[in-house]
Design a protein around this ligand. Structure first.
Ligand SMILES: [Ca+2]
Ligand SMILES: [Ca+2]
Ligand SMILES: [Ca+2]
Ligand SMILES: [Ca+2]
Length: 291
């Protein structure tokens, strides 16, 4: 049985957390927590916590105390200067990023990237070497991405992937058909469907949609990872209403055929599963996290 460690936070219940080395203690991963629409409707705060090498000592830092109704938070080097920056989306369809200006995690400068989405993940969608934003918008039923035009996060151009995703959440970039081009996975919560979109030419300007499942009730989150260790990307998903955690096997390694397996069923009541992530924390196998 794994040992459990509690990381105390002063801001109530975080709506999204992410791990990244923000530079407070070099070489150790910090935790970023976003406080959003659950329990905190004012003075929403983005905080990071400093970790010692054993993960037992934490210090709280505020990155921004004015980011309202946050939805999710991630981290990547948006301006390409070698420091890990912070990116978050909120339910006002705003996607902001904070530059870690001196690389120590103590000085942050806020930038508005776009106002078209409420879910963000970071990846080099067009393969030109800089970090772009993979986006989903519940409000606009759209999956899209924003191109980091000059590579320093100052100028962004949005590109549509699919504008008919009813109840879109979670645009997660991963290479489903193993051709070297980053594809998208995402879900239509109100259509009970999970999809992937194929990045046809590798530049993110042409996409083809493919169904993973059209009968998964009210999906809330999904994440791509090689769950069975056979070299291709599979997909884990959670249903908030049903309390189901499942994974879909990428049968042919090309995203053309999927088989659903149930991991577990949670007796949690309604709407209590919000997120799923996959990681090999201890190099002994794959762990699936839900929240
Ligand atoms: Ca940076
Ligand atoms: Ca790019
Ligand atoms: Ca691909
Ligand atoms: Ca696999």
């Amino acid at each position: 049985m794994a040992e459990r460690h509690l990381i105390p936070v002063s801001g109530g219940k975080p709506v999204s957390v992410f791990s990244s080395d923000l530079g407070w203690a070099m070489g150790t991963n910090d935790i970023i927590a976003l406080f959003g629409y659950m329990g905190r409707h004012s003075a929403d705060t983005l905080v990071g916590k400093n970790l010692d090498s054993a993960g037992l000592s934490w210090e709280e830092h505020t990155i921004d105390s004015g980011f309202q109704i946050g939805q999710n938070v991630v981290s990547a080097d948006i301006d390409g200067n070698g420091t890990m920056d912070v990116v978050a989306a909120n339910r006002n369809e705003q996607v902001c990023w904070w530059s870690n200006t001196d690389g120590t995690g103590t000085q942050w400068e806020e930038h508005l990237a776009c106002e078209v989405a409420d879910w963000v993940e970071c990846a080099d969608i067009d393969g030109d070497g800089d970090v772009d934003l993979a986006l989903a918008s519940w409000w606009f039923d759209t999956m899209l991405w924003c191109e980091n035009v000059d590579g320093n996060g100052e100028v962004w151009q949005d590109h549509q992937v699919d504008s008919s995703v009813i109840g879109a959440i979670c645009g997660n970039p991963c290479d489903i058909n193993s051709d070297g081009y980053l594809d998208f996975i995402g879900l239509a919560c109100l259509n009970n469907s999970l999809y992937w979109w194929e990045n046809l030419n590798g530049t993110g300007t042409e996409w083809a949609d493919h169904v993973i499942s059209d009968s998964f009730v009210h999906p809330q989150a999904m994440h791509g990872e090689d769950i069975d260790g056979d070299g291709d990307i599979d997909v884990a998903a959670v249903s908030g209403d049903e309390g189901d955690l499942v994974w879909f096997r990428n049968d042919d390694g090309l995203g053309g055929s999927w088989t659903q397996f149930t991991v577990t069923h949670f007796q949690l009541g309604l709407n209590l599963l919000f997120d799923v992530h996959i990681s090999d924390l201890d190099q002994t196998g794959t762990w699936i996290f839900v929240r």
